[in-house]
Design a protein around this ligand. Structure first.
Ligand code: SF4
Length: 317
């Protein structure tokens, strides 16, 4: 299978009064068509910024984003518009991302009208899409606040899929939902992936969700990718001390039970003008001298398994 997306040395920095914030710092990975890559980490680790930079909602500071072999950081305005049709986003809180003054039909139809579709044609596409995502036709004239959280997220999914994208970036799409509704939405997303041949990036802080939905997982810490592996492998043999701490902090990975990530001990380093060395060093019980001054690179450590930690350095001959 070929890679549909390759991200190489991607950086997204923000100028702040306190200095330059390194939200995404030299991140590289690839995804094959039809796969789901879960990106997991605590809040503030840069995972949502990474998703938004890939979708072009934020311009990249440096690096390349190859989508089907083309560098999308160098597209013209027209090419960018076409790219943003092929790569859509589903957001965390459907309530705040949906216009409360528009009906369900208007919300789902808007991207089609902007794309130049005639109203009649657009209406029949909306009806078909509502059926695809399991939204009853009787809701087409309802407003978002008249529907429950699960149905609101189905509207968000329908709007994201109405232009028939190949790639969808899902930013915490089930975090605002009750545990019982989460499973329904995740099952719907898996079903849609198979039926429509979609590829997903799934951004979340919830390890149980990411385990359930992802083929591969990338773990982020303060702007860096610190571990990347197949899902089964990552849960069976986590390498990076941060991944291990994350896994140990989740009391259950059962999707039907309430889960809460406990806070990992130690101070989080600032992502503003970060000091040299490993960014996890202040919280790492295995930190050594080298960790304070040399930043570890993400290198192979096992089949399809990469880790950025001096404990797993390149083998010397
Ligand atoms: Fe811990 Fe050092 Fe590995 Fe960083 S590089 S995770 S500080 S052992």
């Amino acid at each position: 299978m070929t890679n549909i997306l390759e991200v190489k040395h991607l950086k997204k920095y923000f100028d702040t009064k306190a200095g330059v914030l390194h939200a995404v710092d030299d991140v590289s990975f690839s995804i094959k068509k039809g796969e789901t890559l879960g990106i997991v980490g605590e809040s503030g680790c840069g995972k949502s910024t990474l998703g938004r930079t890939i979708q072009h909602l934020l311009p990249a500071t440096d690096g390349t984003i190859l989508f089907k072999g083309r560098d999308v950081t160098r597209l013209s305005k027209k090419e960018t518009r076409d790219y943003m049709k092929e790569v859509q986003m589903i957001f965390q809180d459907p309530y705040s991302s949906l216009n409360p003054r528009m009906t369900v039909k208007q919300i789902i139809m808007e991207p089609l009208l902007i794309d130049g579709r005639k109203k009649k044609e657009a209406e029949s596409e909306v009806r078909a899409m509502m059926e695809t995502v399991g939204l009853d036709a009787r809701f087409e004239n309802a407003y978002p606040n008249e529907l429950d959280g699960g149905r609101r997220q189905r509207i968000g999914i329908a709007r994201a899929l109405i232009l028939k994208p190949e790639f969808v970036i899902c930013d915490e799409p089930v975090s605002a939902l009750d545990v019982s509704i989460q499973a329904q939405i995740l099952n719907l997303m898996q079903d849609l992936q198979e039926r429509l041949g979609l590829t997903y990036i799934f951004v979340t802080h919830d390890l149980s969700v990411v385990k359930y939905i992802s083929d591969k997982i990338a773990v982020m810490y303060l702007g860096n990718l610190v571990e990347y592996a197949d899902t089964e492998e990552l849960f069976a043999a986590p390498r990076h001390p941060y991944t291990r701490a994350l896994l140990a902090s989740v009391p259950t990975t059962d999707l039907t039970k309430a889960r809460k990530i406990q806070v990992i001990a130690g101070e989080i380093t600032s992502p503003i003008e970060p000091a040299p060395g490993c960014r996890f060093a202040a919280r790492c019980q295995a930190a050594g001298e080298k960790c304070a001054c040399i930043q570890p690179e993400l290198i192979e450590n096992g089949e399809n398994h990469r880790v950025a930690c001096h404990l797993y350095g390149a083998k010397e001959d």
